[in-house]
Design a protein around this ligand. Structure first.
Ligand SMILES: [Zn+2]
Length: 307
């Protein structure tokens, strides 16, 4: 399922990317004025790294969906289908050939576009791990690896927000920092509600699976919730300087409608209370001595928290 991207053009883009971008950078799509800023909650932003580029697409009130392109081959995948109109417009405008769509979980604001995509782009493979998602052509399994161009998609089953929730960990062929698409499992500074799961499942997802990924992994989550989550993180750990600094940074970003994603796994481990349930300060706040009980207690408090 490689795209029909011309090899010459792809090579040129790849060479340029390798020369110009040794590290991840993020820039508002070519510093153009933000697309329909009156309608979108955030600017459309490209995050580049060696070998691949992630396009952040804002949708609905606070959703993010993504396009990831393997620069050597042009192979492109979408992550979540929250706004097909914007997706189809972007594919056309950027001259991208979509080969895959990965859906993190069955909620309508992430999976609602699968039927229309299947009708309009019948060659696109739709990959997901929940039978409630319509038009899936490939049912993913935990630890399954899929090769897209020179990228490798690692499918990580992270049940709790929903039983069929998957995160997708993407390594690029050029050896740069990996990307992680977390849907509604891990947010910047927070996590999704436990609609279909338990504290020990979220503990396993956040503190065992995702915590063990490389520290420089870029985290692309499903919603722009950073300021709300960080207000709760500050409530849990008022003396954590990393949280205060991130709040100030995020306020500046939001003032210009810039996304606050991505963060990194290393950063999340330094400020996200749900990834810090081993920390004495966090356990003390929860009134617990056990990390899983702390996880349950924090989620309950956060469900009713108003900044
Ligand atoms: Zn959800």
């Amino acid at each position: 399922m490689y795209s029909l991207f011309g090899r010459g053009l792809a090579h040129k883009i790849y060479k340029h990317a390798c020369l110009a971008q040794r590290l991840w950078t993020d820039k508002a799509a070519a510093a153009k004025p933000p697309a329909a800023p009156d309608k979108l909650h955030s600017q459309i932003v490209d995050v580049r790294c060696e070998g691949m580029v992630v396009k952040i697409l804002p949708a609905r009130d606070n959703n993010y969906m993504y396009l990831i392109t393997d620069l050597p081959t042009g192979c492109t995948a979408a992550i979540d289908l929250s706004d097909n109109k914007l997706l189809f417009e972007t594919l056309k405008k950027e001259n991208l050939t979509l080969s895959y769509a990965f859906i993190t979980h069955h909620h309508e604001d992430h999976a609602g576009g699968t039927e229309e995509l299947a009708a309009q782009y019948p060659d696109v493979k739709i990959c997901a791990g929940d039978e409630r998602i319509k038009c899936v052509t490939h049912c993913v399994k935990n630890d399954e690896k899929l090769k897209l161009g020179e990228m490798t998609f690692n499918c990580m089953h992270t049940p709790c927000h929903t039983v069929g929730h998957y995160c997708f960990f993407v390594e690029c062929g050029a050896g740069g920092p990996p990307a992680l698409f977390t849907g509604d499992t891990l947010f910047q500074g927070g996590c999704g509600r436990f609609f279909e799961g338990t504290p020990d499942q979220m503990y396993s997802a956040l503190c065992e699976k995702l915590s063990s990924l490389p520290e420089d992994t870029k985290v692309f989550c499903g919603h722009e919730y950073t300021l709300q989550n960080m207000a709760y993180a500050r409530h849990v750990e008022p003396m954590n300087d990393r949280i205060m600094k991130r709040i100030e940074w995020a306020k500046l970003r939001r003032a210009t409608k810039s996304p606050t994603v991505p963060s990194t796994i290393g950063e999340e481990k330094s400020w996200n209370p749900f990834m810090r349930v081993h920390e004495p300060n966090v356990q003390k706040h929860a009134g617990e001595k056990d990390p899983i009980k702390t996880m349950g207690s924090l989620r309950k408090e956060k469900d009713n928290f108003r900044a």
